[in-house]
Design a binder for this molecule. Structure first.
Ligand SMILES: NC(=O)c1ccc[n+]([C@@H]2O[C@H](COP(=O)([O-])OP(=O)(O)OC[C@H]3O[C@@H](n4cnc5c(N)ncnc54)[C@H](O)[C@@H]3O)[C@@H](O)[C@H]2O)c1
Length: 358
């Protein structure tokens, strides 16, 4: 199989430790790391060692006259995603852009049109939609494994402080832009990207816990006609968050983290219907009683063979390889990314976090 030549811009926590980790892993049978662009000299030196034979550059514009690049990965600060991706597309490069993809639907449309006009592939790095946890939850929903889904709860919460650029609105940061694409993308994915989804409630705030001026609390209630209610939180002040996805269906509950899952459910016919009583209940001694019975239920649990960061990343890069080489549609395409962008745009309009830093 012919490997594609890849250039990556940015060697930070994501560029080096998510993308780079994949490039140097056994799973990468698809890409040669040809160019690494990084503003920081130390990071350029590290890249030379990490990807033997690659050429390091300090200015991404130097890529424009290279003729041996099949894909450029834009892993720069979030506020640079739109402008740099647009320039790359205009220079006829296939581009994989990190999340958050862009600020709003308009920017999404501009990039999609630019890619079309230049006959190149535009892809979005929403790797959580390729994770074992998400793919399993999607199966639970679509196959009605715990019955008809009534409510899906998604928690990407924690109890920790931040003070880096990911707390600055000017850098397109905060929980909604930064972490949001994962749980909000999952929320829309579990609604099967229904065209008619609606944000029914949203609250976006900044607690005193975080530095900067961008939000660190987000609550969103989303639904679509004849679909479950989806309840999403991306909150930095939640000290007791025990799951990432919980699906409450008409026959039971499924719950998962990135590494483990469990479910408890009933099977049709095993618990004959209790005849309803119109008057008070009594126990064996004739005293007042509540409804009490031993419900016949089943429990299962297991582990996932990887997370969004390893398996999700590898699956996305594989999907992208076949998009570029054979034109196969990717699971995460620009249309799906646009849904997430639109939801984020709506949530941002509700934000109570005011700009304090330029
Ligand atoms: N998909 C995920 O799970 C995930 C996880 C972490 C970060 N991210 C995203 O990755 C992006 C980078 O975040 P990070 O945490 O790696 O940041 P970081 O601060 O760790 O690193 C950013 C790097 O980009 C470099 N850079 C910035 N502008 C550049 C330019 N014009 N040319 C060359 N290099 C440039 C910086 O020098 C720095 O080394 C962000 O958009 C973030 O939202 C995604």
């Amino acid at each position: 199989m012919k490997k594609l030549n890849l250039a990556i811009i940015g060697q930070g926590r994501s560029g080096k430790d998510i993308h780079g980790k994949y490039y140097i892993s056994d799973k990468n049978v698809y890409y040669n790391i040809k160019y690494v662009v990084e503003l920081d000299e130390h990071r350029r030196e590290v890249a030379k060692e990490m990807y033997p034979g690659c050429e390091v550059l300090s200015d991404y514009k130097e890529l424009f006259n290279k003729k041996d690049i099949d894909l450029v990965v834009n892993d720069t600060y979030s506020n640079l995603h739109f402008s740099i991706t647009k320039e790359l597309l205009e220079n006829k490069f296939n581009v994989l852009c990190e999340k958050p993809f862009v600020r709003n639907r308009y920017e999404c449309d501009v990039l999609e049109n630019t890619a079309k006009e230049n006959g190149v592939v535009l892809a979005v790095f929403q790797q959580s939609l390729y994770s074992p946890m998400y793919q399993d939850a999607l199966r639970i929903v679509n196959d009605k494994v715990v019955g008809e889904p009534l409510q899906i709860s998604i928690r990407y919460n924690g109890f920790s402080r931040r003070w880096d650029w990911q707390t600055l609105q000017t850098r397109m940061a905060g929980n909604v832009f930064n972490t949001g694409p994962h749980p909000l993308g999952i929320a829309l994915g579990l609604l099967n990207f229904d065209e008619n989804w609606e944000l029914k409630f949203g609250s976006v705030q900044l607690s005193p816990l975080s530095s900067g001026d961008a939000d660190d609390y987000c609550k969103a209630i989303i639904t679509a006609p004849n679909k479950p209610v989806v309840d999403v939180e991306v909150n930095s002040t939640d000290a007791f968050s025990t799951y990432n996805i919980k699906i409450q269906g008409t026959r039971g509950t499924f719950q998962a983290t990135n590494t483990n899952w469990k479910m408890k459910y009933i099977v049709d016919g095993e618990n004959p219907e209790q005849p309803v009583k119109k008057d008070f209940l009594v126990n064996a001694k004739g005293n007042p009683a509540y409804c009490s019975e031993k419900l016949i239920s089943h429990e299962e649990e297991g582990e996932y063979n990887g997370t969004a960061f390893d398996v999700g990343t590898a699956n996305l890069y594989k999907d992208l390889y076949f998009k570029i080489t054979e034109g196969k549609e990717m699971y995460v395409n620009v249309d799906k990314a646009r849904h997430t962008v639109r939801l984020i745009e709506q949530l941002q309009s509700l934000s109570k976090a005011h700009v304090k830093y330029l």
